[in-house]
Design a protein around this ligand. Structure first.
Ligand code: NDP
Length: 243
């Protein structure tokens, strides 16, 4: 039997992909959601070829029904869902004065509503088994507020607040929540930045000192693998050279 059954949003690249590889390598069955299904299929095939278990689904986290389908797939394929890693995210950073209202909307839709859709889909399933774990990828951008990252950081802090609230409402002992705050991680996240100057700046930082996404994946695995009565609430993980 699988160690854990873990659904992961944003599993087609970066931290989500690394988390899928890490958890599958440790014996979990992984259920992979994102929009780029070609990437998901390739990853799932690699996991299966290495002896692991994986299923894939086209998921746009802005659509509630897609998260319902992801959770249903976990249950039909692997009999249960133990963990939902709400990881999909975009980073349309820029100064507030740029008034990028569409970018703000997109970040709120993916980074906040996307995680809420996952909670709405998985919580009833967790409640029936009286067991479940929400892990979400927030950011150090919500801990150290920096120019150009106000709205991005705000979406991450909204999610941090939602998970902490859910934690406080769920003290019967069967639900765990974990917010992982990475600093710079070498992924494709900069592709979602529309401002060319800022995109280059973030890419340069990623090339200079960012963490390998596998480091974040190991932190997520650490939280998941604790005994069920142990809740790792927050993890901050950044390059040792990040200010
Ligand atoms: P990537 O761009 O490599 O991965 C982002 C993932 O999110 C992709 O798999 C993408 O898949 C998915 N995604 C984006 N929009 C949607 C959507 N509407 N529906 C479903 N999936 C979506 O970046 P990261 O791995 O870095 O990002 C993962 C998370 O980590 C994000 O929440 C990000 O904010 C956070 N983070 C990243 C940091 C970094 O330095 N890289 C630092 C701190 C936090 P697809 O396009 O196929 O749908």
């Amino acid at each position: 039997m699988a160690q854990h059954v873990v659904a992961i949003t944003g599993a087609s690249s970066g931290i989500g992909e690394a988390t899928a590889r890490e958890l599958a390598g440790r014996g979990s069955a992984v259920v992979l959601g994102a929009r780029r299904t070609d990437r998901l299929e390739k990853l799932a095939n690699e996991i299966r070829a290495a002896g692991g278990q994986a299923a894939t689904l086209a998921v746009d986290v802005t659509a509630r029904a897609d998260l319902d389908a992801l959770v249903t797939l976990a249950v039909t394929e692997f009999g249960r869902l133990d963990v939902l890693v709400g990881n999909a995210g975009i980073s349309k950073i820029g100064p507030v004065a740029d008034l990028d209202v569409d970018g703000w909307q997109a970040m709120i839709d993916v980074n906040v509503r996307g995680v809420l859709h996952g909670i709405a889909a998985a919580l009833p399933v967790f409640e029936r088994r009286r067991r479940g774990h929400f892990v979400t990828t927030v950011s150090t951008a919500g801990l150290k507020i920096t120019p150009t990252m106000a709205v991005y950081g705000a979406t991450k802090n909204a999610v941090r607040t939602i998970l902490e609230g859910l934690r406080q409402e769920s003290t019967e002992g069967w639900l765990r929540t974990t917010s992982v705050s990475p600093g710079y991680v070498r992924t494709e996240l900069a592709d979602s930045i529309d401002d060319p100057g800022l995109r280059e700046q973030i890419r340069t930082n990623m090339d200079r000192f960012a963490l390998d996404p596998a480091a974040v994946a190991r932190a997520i695995a650490f939280a998941i693998e604790q005994p069920t009565d142990v809740e790792i609430g927050d993890i901050t993980i950044r390059p040792a050279s990040q200010d």
